[in-house]
Design a protein. Structure first.
Length: 452
């Protein structure tokens, strides 16, 4: 569509974060000549602002103009550096603690377009059907090209119960589609876990918050109380990132030794190496990691560590490809500065910037019921139990007894929301592929019984 060529869109809500106090920053040595040139440019800016204050056709809001200049400075560097006014800085802190108010999408700049990285599960955006790679073209009827990054974020967020209307373009659509969503408090449940089948745990991390690792281990411990966890599927699809230390500690659960990730920055103190600290809690458990184009930043660190350390198989589609680290610096006025300070690298030395993580097994997502409609579903064939007057097997409770999810046996005790979630997993071809693979791995890893 031609209007994309003249519609650069600026806004960001994608992160791999490190919080650092202002007094911990060290000054970089620069030459006297460079310092003098900087002062001359700042003097030029001051002179222009003074002229505008005295002569512009309307009275200038000096605070807004200076904030706009700061935003322009940071936007000229990269799409992940930004100035966070006090309210926005507080909202970011709330997000990493587990909740915020809005529609529930993570967004970034891609090819000068405001692009959805992923909808957050269970939020208004998720329920409305927004998908990774959707492009937001207008918000409240206003083309996003005319907005600063923070203006776009402010328009998408708002009080609980209020509405926001925006227009979306998706590849394959002939025109824009308008969405009107009711904002809500987004209590981001970053971890959930259940048994898909006996001994096979499905676990999902939606983003990396301050308690993610602790919550993840708690969920696995609760599963262990019900049955032995013999194999794990870790779903990082549509996980846009979060805190670096949480990504490292989650990877450490599965890796017993060696490198997890390292970073390289301009300054020596920005060069960090993260290694497995001790034998991981599940370092010998068969593992499948699910990823897609909505898996970014911190989730790519986990997938990259698992892949390079050959601890498990990566299944799904190519990941987002955000290989940079942002440092958050609190400022004296209650605002915050988010700046890109380093690139990160997987254990084998690969930077995933732009490229992303390539799965070991690539499979595009397609709901199983859609596959069935096309006649490609394996389970659509006729079986003995479907034949009229077939012989019964007295050892089975039912002729249709299969190895489907053990969750069926306790469905009456589960909430409607949880049952809907389980139904989505059953209809998810990527999850079912991971399940089949890990069952095969588990069978191969079993020791053969001694012959009598």
């Amino acid at each position: 569509m031609k209007f994309f060529q003249t519609t650069p869109i600026v806004v960001l809500l994608l992160f791999l974060l490190i919080f650092i106090p202002l007094n911990n920053l060290q000054a970089t040595e620069i030459s006297q000549q460079e310092r003098q040139q900087t002062y001359q440019k700042l003097e030029l800016f001051s002179n222009i602002l003074s002229i505008l204050q005295d002569n512009y056709v309307e009275e200038i809001d000096t605070d807004s103009v200076i904030e706009g200049a700061i935003n322009g400075l940071l936007l000229s560097l990269d799409p992940h550096s930004s100035y966070l006014p006090p309210q926005s800085f507080q909202e970011l802190q709330n997000e990493t603690q587990g909740s915020f108010t809005g529609i529930g999408i993570e967004i970034t700049i891609r090819d000068n377009k405001l692009t959805v990285v992923s909808p957050i599960e269970g939020t208004p955006a998720f329920e409305a059907g927004l998908q990774a790679n959707d492009t937001i073209v207008k918000i409240e009827g206003v083309w996003t090209t005319d907005m600063s990054p923070m203006d776009a974020i402010k328009k998408l967020r708002g009080p609980k119960g209020s509405k926001v209307t925006f227009s979306v373009y998706r590849e394959g659509w002939d025109d824009l589609k308008e969405f009107t969503l009711v904002r809500d408090v987004i209590p981001v449940r970053s971890v959930r876990a259940l048994f898909l089948e006996k001994g096979i745990a499905y676990t999902r991390i939606t983003n990396f918050q301050s308690r993610t690792t602790k919550d993840y281990l708690t969920e696995l411990k609760n599963l262990q109380k019900k049955d032995t966890v013999n194999a794990i599927i870790l779903d990082l699809r549509n996980n846009p990132g979060g805190l670096l230390n949480q990504a490292v500690s989650v990877a450490d659960i599965f890796v017993d030794s060696g490198l997890i990730v390292y970073t390289k920055g301009r300054r020596e103190e920005q060069n960090m190496v993260f290694e497995a600290r001790e034998s991981g809690s599940y370092s010998a458990t068969p593992l499948i990691v699910l990823v897609n184009e909505g898996s970014a930043s911190a989730s790519e660190i986990v997938a990259g560590a698992i892949q390079d350390q050959k601890r498990g198989l990566i299944v799904g589609t190519q990941t987002f490809g955000k290989g940079s680290v942002q440092t958050i610096v609190p400022l004296q006025n209650g605002a915050g500065l988010r700046m890109t300070t380093a690139r990160y690298y997987t254990p084998s030395g690969k930077s995933i910037q732009v490229k992303g993580i390539t799965p070991d097994i690539t499979i595009d997502y397609k709901p199983i019921n859609a596959i069935e409609e096309n006649g490609a579903e394996e389970g659509s064939s006729t079986r003995e139990g479907d034949l009229k007057n077939h012989f019964r097997n007295p050892s089975l409770k039912s002729d249709r007894q299969t190895s489907k999810h053990t969750t069926e046996q306790t469905s009456s005790s589960k909430s409607t929301e949880e049952m809907e979630f389980i139904d989505r997993l059953r209809n998810d071809n990527q999850v079912q592929m991971a399940l089949n693979i890990i069952k095969g791995i588990s069978l191969l890893s079993e020791e053969p019984e001694e012959q009598q």
